[in-house]
Each structure stands twice: as structure tokens, then as C-alpha cells.
Design a protein around this ligand. Structure first.
Ligand SMILES: [Ca+2]
Ligand SMILES: [Ca+2]
Ligand SMILES: [Ca+2]
Ligand SMILES: [Zn+2]
Ligand SMILES: [Zn+2]
Length: 362
């Protein structure tokens, strides 16, 4: 939490620069996602370099590399915005910076909620943390005015010739990345999924909950052999469940109702396997679907190829309380005192590896 606060301070300073550049953009649908560019002048989303020609051929008309990054980000944001209902703008603070980039592995991005909230007016489940974007949607109000709702980070080193990773970003919009590229739209979709609520705030090294309070994601996390769900477990039992490969399940009703298309990673009950390698994969365990799912899902921990379909993540969003474009608004619950806190869950890294990229078994 300490480090995270420092980081947020740095980002907020940078945001003044971005606002001065007049870069934030709007995407409209059922929800509105606002992109708050937090890069400095001349880098990241403001990189003045030449546009990528393959990405231009793939439908991205950005006139610089930075523009192309922004156009592709907005395209991905629009997909989520078209699926979710919220009267409140969802503000995403976004940056490109050099992250891990090695010959066989590159970190593609990370994202998470900026703040968490509980017991706000309209909260369906009391004494439970919600990520900011969902809390705002349920409350019908901005519970942290002036704060971005989601922080999202992407790896600029992937485009840098100095990085040994043999693939570069593809900013095309057609979901058809050429050989040797990684589809940025897919990665943004994945990272926004975390920020919108596909993450637990449990400290998986100890099993402790954020400020000893449940989060809305953990309500549907089940250790199948015991039938226990995360909220009813001891801290030690949560740690044990997090490494119970194949037996840590998502057991929410919307995912169950929509999981029949899976040929692997699905229990006969309809429960869907969550990512629970032993030992843990810090930053990725639990807050992803299992790599065992087939067909591959967007919210698996490693990049498996271009997809512009959020797949079962849409059903999971319904399970945690999102009203989607195809469902009724959640009925507001009784009002109670609001509370909020800095998000403590951290981001979940989305990784690309050159080895076994379609089956990243640990
Ligand atoms: Ca940057
Ligand atoms: Ca806000
Ligand atoms: Ca898979
Ligand atoms: Zn189960
Ligand atoms: Zn992820």
C-alpha cells in the first residue's frame, strides 16, 4: 500500500501534463470510458514516432505511434463500454512505460482499480469491497471525485529495438496481427477486465483480506473439494485454495449459466476453473481463469492470441454485480454509511511467453 500511494502521487503529477496536452478522449456506449493519458510529452501515448505500417493497414488511422496506441486503446475501451451499464464515466489512467522485456518473456501490461469502496448507497452486499468503477455504477455517483477509477500500465519496451523479446505491438483494429506481433487491443481488453472487477483484493501470500473485509470477487471463489467459498475460509484455507490447481472454481450463477461452451476447465456442475498454480504465481494467481480452459479465454493469465471477445468475463462481471447491456439494473439496497480506501489488490500482470504460448501450464 505504501509503494502504491507513492506511485499514485507520481501519476497524478504526470496527469497535469497530460491534461495540458489535451489528450483525454471519450468513448460512448451504455457506459462511458474516459482515457486519462498520464504519459509525459513525447513518450508513451504521446510518442511522436512514425505510425506502425502494419497497424495502419489493420485499420488504425493514428498519425503517430502515440496516436495509434490511443486509437487502439479507445477501440478496446469501446468494446467494454458497449457491454456494461453505468451512469458514471469510467476513468482509466493509462501509461506506457518500459516493463519487463526479455528474450523469452515480456510483461505486456497490468491494471487494477485505483480505489475500493464499501457500504455506499446502493451497495448490493454490505461490508464488502467493490472496485471503483463498479461501486460508482451501483451508487449512481462518483464515490472518489477527481480520482481515476482504473490504473492501467502497458509495456513500451515491446516496441523498443533494445528489447530482446522478438515481437512488437500490433495496433490494428481488425484482430488479425501479423506474425511477430502482439495484438494490443486484446491486451487492453484483458487489463480493463481487471480494472472493472476481475481481481481479488486478498493478499494471497497470507490469505488476509483487505482491512479484514471481503471483496466482491471472492464471493464466488470456491474450493470445490470442501465446497467452501473464500469469505467463509480462514486465511490459511484461502492460501491453500489458491494453490489447489483444478479445484479453485468460479461458482457464480451467470458464469455457470454461460460456461457450457468450454470443452476443458469446466466442472460438470458448470463451475469454471480459476488460475491456481502451485506454487503461486504472484500477481496472477486467482485473479484469472485457469490456463486449462479451452477454447482459450481472454482472462487467462498468459496471452494466447488475438481476441476481441471478452468471453466469460462478461458473465463474471454480472456475477459481481455489473448490470450489462442485456440485463436489468441491479435494485438499489438500503443506504448506509459510505467508506472507501486505496485499492490494495495491485495489478495483475499479463505475460507473453515465446514457449508454449497456447498452453502455459506451470
Ligand atoms: Ca510513460
Ligand atoms: Ca472517480
Ligand atoms: Ca486455455
Ligand atoms: Zn466447484
Ligand atoms: Zn491479467
Amino acid at each position: 500500500m505504501q509503494d502504491r500511494k507513492k506511485l499514485l502521487v507520481a501519476l497524478l503529477v504526470a496527469s497535469v501534463t497530460a491534461v495540458a496536452l489535451g489528450d483525454p478522449g471519450l468513448v460512448h456506449a451504455q457506459a462511458t470510458i474516459v482515457i486519462d493519458v498520464l504519459d509525459g510529452p513525447g513518450e508513451g501515448f504521446n510518442d511522436p514516432g512514425a505510425p506502425n505500417s502494419a497497424s495502419a493497414a489493420g485499420g488504425n488511422a493514428g498519425t503517430t505511434l502515440g496516436d495509434q496506441r490511443f486509437v487502439a486503446f479507445a477501440y478496446a475501451a469501446d468494446i467494454w463500454a458497449g457491454l456494461l451499464d453505468s451512469s458514471q464515466a469510467i476513468v482509466v489512467g493509462a501509461t506506457f512505460d518500459p516493463l519487463l522485456c526479455e528474450a523469452s518473456t515480456a510483461s505486456l501490461g497490468a491494471a487494477g482499480t485505483n480505489t475500493v469502496h464499501r457500504d455506499f448507497t446502493g451497495a448490493p452486499v454490505s461490508n464488502t469491497w467493490y472496485p471503483a468503477a463498479l461501486a460508482n455504477a451501483l451508487a449512481g455517483a462518483d464515490l472518489a471525485p477527481g480520482n481515476d477509477d482504473i490504473d492501467a500500465f502497458f509495456n513500451s519496451a515491446v516496441d523498443d529495438a533494445a528489447c530482446a523479446f522478438p515481437k512488437i505491438w500490433y495496433y490494428g483494429l481488425d484482430g488479425n496481427p501479423p506474425a511477430g506481433t502482439i495484438d494490443f487491443v486484446s491486451v487492453v481488453l484483458h487489463e480493463l477486465g481487471h480494472g472493472l472487477g476481475f481481481q481479488t483484493f486478498v493478499d494471497l501470500s497470507t490469505g488476509t483480506r483487505l482491512n479484514d473485509v471481503d471483496d466482491i470477487f471472492m464471493l464466488w471463489l470456491e474450493n470445490h473439494p470442501t465446497g467452501e467459498f473464500f469469505p467463509e475460509m480462514t486465511d490459511a484455507a484461502r492460501v491453500a485454495a489458491s494453490v489447489n490447481t483444478g479445484n479453485l472454481h468460479w461458482a457464480g450463477p451467470d458464469v455457470i449459466a454461460q460456461s457450457s461452451g468450454l470443452t476443458s476447465g469446466r466442472h460438470p456442475s458448470g463451475h469454471v476453473e480459476m488460475y491456481a498454480p502451485d506454487p503461486q504465481d504472484p500477481g496472477s494467481s486467482v485473479s484469472h481463469f485457469s490456463t486449462s480452459l479451452s477454447p482459450d479465454e481472454l482472462m487467462e493469465p498468459s496471452f494466447t492470441g488475438a481476441t476481441h471477445d471478452v468471453g466469460l468475463a462478461a458473465a463474471l462481471m454480472q456475477d459481481i454485480g455489473w448490470s450489462t447491456s442485456s440485463s436489468l439494473k441491479t435494485t438499489a439496497g438500503p443506504a448506509s454509511d459510505g467508506s472507501s480506501s486505496d485499492g490494495g489488490g495491485g495489478g495483475s500482470c499479463f505475460i507473453a511467453t515465446m514457449i508454449g504460448s497456447h498452453n502455459n501450464a506451470q
